[in-house]
Structure formats: C-alpha cells, structure tokens
Design a protein around this ligand. Sequence first.
Ligand code: COA
Length: 377
Amino acid sequence: MLRYAHIVGWGKYLPEKVLTNDDIALLVNTTDEWIRSRTGIRRRHVADENESVATMGFEAARRALATADIHPQEVDMIIVATSTAVHAFPSAASLVQNYLGAQSASAFDLGAACSGFVYGMGMASQAIATGFVNTAVIIGSETMSRVLDWNDRGTCILFGDGAGAVVLRGSSVPGGVMATSLGSDGSGADMLKLPTVYRNAVPTMPSSFYKNGADVNTISMNGRQVFRFAIKIIAESVLETVESAGLTMDDVALIIPHQANTRIIEMAAKRLEIPVDTFYLNVDKVANTSAASIPIALADAVENGRLHPDDNVVFVGFGGGLSWGSSIVKWAASRPMEDRSDTRWERARYAAARARSRVRQLSRQMDAIRAAEEYEE
Ligand code: COA
C-alpha cells in the first residue's frame, strides 16, 4: 500500500553574528541603498569559527524533531543538502546522525546547490511512499560566508549562513507531499560556479593531475543570466508541479521559494499572474542561504502563522547546475502549544547520545589494541 509523506516537524538555526549591508559597505564599494533596492536584502547571519554545516544542521534537526515530538532513534534516514560541508567524507549527514544519536538512520549529503532541499524532499518522500523508510529528516545547511570572495561586490552581498530542517513521516492518511518535479540543465554550468578543488591544494601533486583545478574555491556568477533563468524556471516549475498534483494556482495558499532576491520573486509572481504576497519572503533578514533557505523560510512562515491545516504549500528551488525543483505539500500539522525544544530532557538526551558515541569510539580503540596483541602472539 502506498504511504503518504507528511511534514510533521520543522526547525531552523541561524548563527548569532549578524552582518548588515552597512557592515559590508566597509569591505567593498557598495551601499545599503544599492543592495536593498537590487536584492531586497538588509542583513545576513554569519557562522562563527566553531560552527559548521554539521553543527548548524544538528541544531535545526533537533528543533524539527522536538516540534514533531519524535525521538531521534525513530529516524530512518537523514539527508543534508549542502554545498559547503567541511568534509567530502564523512558526510555532514553522518556527523548530524552521530550528534542526534539517530542510530537506526542512514545518512548522506546531497549536492544540488540551492535546489538541494527540494531534491531531498523528493527523494525522501518517494522512499516513504514505497515503504523503504518511515521517518526522514531533510536538512539544508550552509556556510556560504566561507566560499565568498569578500572583495567581489557582485557576490559577497548576496549570501548568508544558516540551517533549516523538516521531519517527513509516513502515514496512511492522504495528503503530505502530493507531487514533485525536479530538473537540471548542465549547459548552464558556467552561470553559477563553486569549485571545490583548487590549484596547489596538494603541493606534492604532479601538475598533470589537476588540469581541471580552479584557482580559488569561491563563488563566481553571471548575475544577469541567473536572474533571467530564475524568473522563468520558478514560473515553469511551479506550474508543472501544481498541474501534476491535479490542481490549479487557485488552490495554492502559499509558495515558499528559494530566497535569492525580492525582485526575482516579484517578476515570477507577475509571470504566474498571482499576487506577490502568495510568496513567503524572508530574504531581507537572512539573504541567500542556498540549500538552507527554503526550510528556514518554512520555519519562519509557520512561526508567523502563514500556514493552516489543509493549505496547499509549494516549495520551489533553483540554482547552480543549473538545477531546479518544486514540490507541493498539503499541510496537516499545527503549531505545538509549547516549545518542546531546549528542555532539560532534550539536553539530557543529546548528552547521552554524545556519551554513547564516545563509548563506541573507546570500544573500537580497545578492539584495535586486542587485535594488535593477538597479531603479535
Ligand atoms: N554595489 C554597488 N554597485 C554594484 C554592486 C554592488 N554590490 N554590484 C555590482 N554593482 C555595479 C556593477 O559594477 C555595475 O556597474 P557599471 O554599470 O558601472 O559596470 C552596475 O552595478 C550594474 O551591475 P549588474 O551586475 O548589471 O547589476 P544587476 O542589476 O544585474 O544586479 C545582482 C546584480 C547580482 C544583484 C543581480 O544580477 C542578481 O541578483 N542576480 C541574481 C543572482 C542570484 O540570485 N544568484 C543566486 C541564485 S541561486
């Protein structure tokens, strides 16, 4: 029997440090007025040196699990959508799994740039529909501040750091994720780029090994082309998904888009012939947090009372690849009466997870000592 994947939990984490447009104007030749009028952005959060995609992802995930009132050991799958994890491996998802103590969960990172969260929702909802898993945590988490050229006023004004997460759970009650459409066009790869391997990263490497190496691992972008692509693809992707769910735009209560630029959204709304306030926007406060932007905006939208039971909400992402995707969800959850996160019980649960992880590390070390002794005998 087909299962329905419902969103039962949501959470976000934003680093404490805030960078305003005026702060950026001290670094590059720009003004608050220019940034606000071209992008709608007023400020962004920036991770401190002890924070990472994994630590922020954990914070968002634990809040999402608390809202859902679900124990981490019930989680079957953890997906972290990101382009800025500290390691290629271990995945940030494996680290989050360890911090949560989600011992039954598989975990992997997903790379689809700013569309990553919607891709993750697509993968997890299909896994739930077929009965492969029952409970999945999908996280978007990014430290964009670490991949920006802070001398390039065309890009450093646009991005911010943070994480958001949802819990998807299988149910026999119809609703939840009703349709998803995903797309990619690699012919536009040059329009938005973040190299991960750079020249001379390994001084001992023979030069013939790194013919494809880039000079720096910072974002480069053709802003105008990305702007045009975004407007077109938001409209096309939203329509495709809404139609494949057998609905029309009149049935859509709210669209939560990837938060890149207010002007992009205004023009997409025009193209779709819908009021701009059908779109939920918080780009003014957080800037573009890439894969994290949709789940952060979702948590904000719920907090601000913008979602009600039975609303049809559309998520739409677009970005590097080029990649894009959208999904339509029948909203069933209501806001919990009390804040279930950061209670004494919750803190004790994660302290216990850390202790269990340490015990497993120690027992592996003991095994290694015993194995070495047996080898010598
Ligand atoms: N402050 C002041 N001036 C700036 C500036 C800044 N931060 N950035 C660029 N400019 C200048 C340019 O140098 C240029 O000056 P010139 O005319 O003297 O050469 C002028 O402003 C216009 O530049 P342009 O790049 O054409 O501006 P724009 O109107 O296209 O706005 C973006 C630039 C980046 C804001 C806009 O293209 C954009 O938002 N694109 C989409 C980017 C995006 O969202 N990417 C992520 C998608 S996931």
